[in-house]
Design a binder for this molecule. Structure first.
Ligand SMILES: [Fe+2]
Ligand SMILES: [Fe+2]
Length: 235
């Protein structure tokens, strides 16, 4: 009925959907089970975890942290778009990042809606020291494959830390609606983290990606030690 190339395309798409579905179920399972905290940290590779007291501070600065969160989502969408336009020849990346950009923009809208629901006003963006410091960790130059892989690893790092922060909020914040709100973000950002790591491996050898990922994790831990977590900021 269908030509062979359509059939194999459909098969690949189906496998991709199944993989994404079970990966998200797995994230939900381990994140809902507090004794899996170490495993969760190891899965994301993070060297440092966030003190749960930060979630209590965040709850007290809800308007500010929601505004900051909205900008995190906006930046995730914007960065995805610039990756697509700067590296259009990487077809798989373009396809997968296009889907992620749509999701991030949906996240931005969701956070704006939450602000509105609570009678808060959207405000101005503040300097993002965490992301600015992280950006210094990626290597410049090299060929196009290396450049795109570095950019993808930077995005993976931001997703991993956001995912961990959303998990802390979902577990330690008192408001049940916000618990679910942050839980849903955590699951989604974990999926993005996985996609960016997998994409980096498409363009550079696995050994390169592993080595660079460990170096970026070490650098991130050092940045985390320098930046004191504040309740009004996601990072
Ligand atoms: Fe997001
Ligand atoms: Fe994301």
């Amino acid at each position: 009925m269908f030509p062979a190339f359509v059939k194999s395309g459909l098969q690949i798409y189906l496998y991709f959907c199944i993989y994404q579905h079970y990966f998200q179920l797995f994230i939900k399972y381990i994140a809902d089970t507090s004794q899996f905290i170490t495993y969760f940290r190891l899965m994301l590779g993070l060297k440092l975890t966030t003190d749960p007291r930060w979630a209590n501070a965040a709850e007290k600065s809800l308007e500010e942290i929601l505004i900051d969160h909205a900008y995190c989502e906006q930046k995730a969408a914007t960065t995805g778009i610039s990756l697509i336009v700067q590296y259009p020849e990487f077809e798989k990346m373009v396809k997968e990042c296009t889907a992620i950009v749509a999701e991030e923009w949906g996240h931005f809208r969701k956070v704006l809606k939450e602000l509105e629901k609570r009678g808060y006003k959207f405000g101005k963006q503040r300097k993002d020291n965490y992301v600015n410091e992280l950006a210094k960790l990626i290597t410049r130059g090299g060929d196009r494959n290396e450049q795109v892989a570095e950019r993808l690893l930077l995005l993976a790092m931001i997703e991993a830390r956001s995912c961990e922060r959303f998990r802390v909020l979902s577990l330690h914040i008192a408001d049940p609606e916000l618990k679910q709100f942050y839980h849903d973000f955590m699951v989604s950002e974990a999926g993005h983290y996985r996609t960016f790591i997998d994409l980096a491996k498409e363009y550079m050898p696995e050994s390169y990606v592993k080595r660079r990922w460990q170096q970026i994790l070490d650098g991130e831990a050092e940045i985390m030690q320098r930046l004191t977590p504040v309740g009004s900021r996601i990072h």
